[in-house]
Design a protein around this ligand. Structure first.
Ligand SMILES: C[S@@+](CC[C@H](N)C(=O)[O-])C[C@H]1O[C@@H](n2cnc3c(N)ncnc32)[C@H](O)[C@@H]1O
Length: 355
């Protein structure tokens, strides 16, 4: 329990997003600073770790969007939260097969974790890439932002609402170093903010990604300043509900939220209706949210699998289709993960994968 104390950093109580930011991203003892969490050896597996087919589809989506944008000579591509760099490695490989696109692309990786930046630099060695922590460093011109499991890794706030009165959840550190939940009046600004979203109107318990929206606001204003779009794939839901979705995972198993702090990954589910409302409020158009399964299938993942399977031995084919099923399974990843596209309407309403 003593470990709880270090994440409070001398405060007696903290709003929960601040507390979990310390737990996940503290430079010394934060989760992401002390280990590489991905893959079988780590705590969780993401879609790019499961199959390169997933990353190839994202690559093809990016290249087809560049075509929709009129094949601009200089084109910015920003990956949000690139993790171990595996997705970008495949995107760069696929790009080589499209020389005109390959020449025009400018790649940026938005990553705040030094440990992961080192890993990304290693795996992407030899490629022209800029690592950024500030979107102002990106060149002018058309742009695609995309992220896989970026938004669910950003700590959220939780609120309780009685009529229009909003209170915020804090954690306080007790004398025995255990953690207690307390609710305090939300700041007038937060109260106004939470009450301004139609999606949240009927809820009594609210999850609100204030930090995530702060980052997205900068991204949206960058998209509006030239032309572009934002593609996010995340774990989440569409029907807003009174639910605490915070979860902790260690070695691929659920873990009590306050056990193994700094050693377990903590995420929350993304509210896609809220995300969609946020983009619209900020003057972007938004496609109807679709499931990962719908997106991958309409982008031709089955056809791609059957082409590469032809050159494979039987055991390799079984492995390929086993992994493909994991990505598409309607009872798990295929539907729990969703895809949202927000865009400025300068070129067309037609984007591949979406209706
Ligand atoms: C759950 S991981 C996903 C990694 C990778 N996209 C994948 O699918 O395997 C979240 C990633 O977002 C990064 N991240 C989280 N919050 C961030 C922030 N505020 N700024 C930049 N990167 C952040 C993490 O360091 C990590 O690389």
């Amino acid at each position: 329990m003593r470990t709880n104390r270090k994440f409070f950093k001398r405060s007696k109580f903290l709003p929960i997003d601040k507390f979990f930011s310390n737990v996940l991203y503290d430079k010394k003892s934060g989760y992401y600073s002390s280990k590489i969490p991905f893959g079988r050896e780590g705590d969780y597996i993401t879609a790019p770790n499961i199959s390169t087919l997933y990353s190839e589809i994202i690559a093809i989506w990016i290249i087809s969007t560049w075509e929709i944008f009129g094949k601009p000579k200089s084109f910015n591509i920003v990956e949000l939260g690139p993790g171990d760099g595996g997705l970008m490695r495949v995107i760069l490989e696929v790009s080589k097969k499209f020389p005109e696109f390959n020449k025009s692309k400018k790649i940026y990786l938005y990553e705040k974790n030094k440990n992961l930046i080192k890993k990304q630099k290693n795996i992407l060695n030899g490629n022209k890439i800029k690592w950024i922590q500030n979107f102002k460093r990106i060149k002018k011109g058309p742009i695609i932002f995309f992220g896989n499991e970026f938004f669910d890794a950003i700590p959220i706030k939780q609120f309780k609402k009685v009529k229009k009165n909003v209170s915020e959840k804090y954690y306080s550190l007790k004398k025995d170093f255990s953690v207690q939940e307390v609710f305090r009046n939300a700041t007038p600004n937060d109260m106004k903010l939470v009450n301004s979203f139609k999606t949240l109107k009927k809820l009594k318990f609210i999850e609100f990604p204030k930090l995530g929206f702060k980052i997205l606001k900068e991204i949206v204003s960058r998209v509006l300043s030239s032309n572009g779009c934002i593609l996010l794939v995340d774990y989440g839901y569409e029907n807003s509900r009174n639910q605490n979705t915070l979860q902790s995972v260690i070695k691929h198993k659920r873990n009590n939220l306050f056990d193994n702090l700094g050693k377990a990954d903590i995420t929350s589910q993304v509210n896609f209706s809220l995300l969609s409302e946020f983009f619209k409020k900020n003057n972007l158009k938004v496609k109807k949210t679709i499931t990962q399964r719908e997106f991958l299938k309409s982008m031709g993942i089955m056809e791609r699998a059957s082409i590469i399977a032809k050159k494979m031995k039987f055991s390799e084919q079984s492995n390929l289709y086993f992994r493909l099923r994991r990505l598409l399974n309607p009872k798990s990843m295929g539907t729990l993960f969703k895809v949202i596209l927000a865009y400025k309407n300068d070129n067309s309403d037609k984007y591949y994968g979406f209706k």
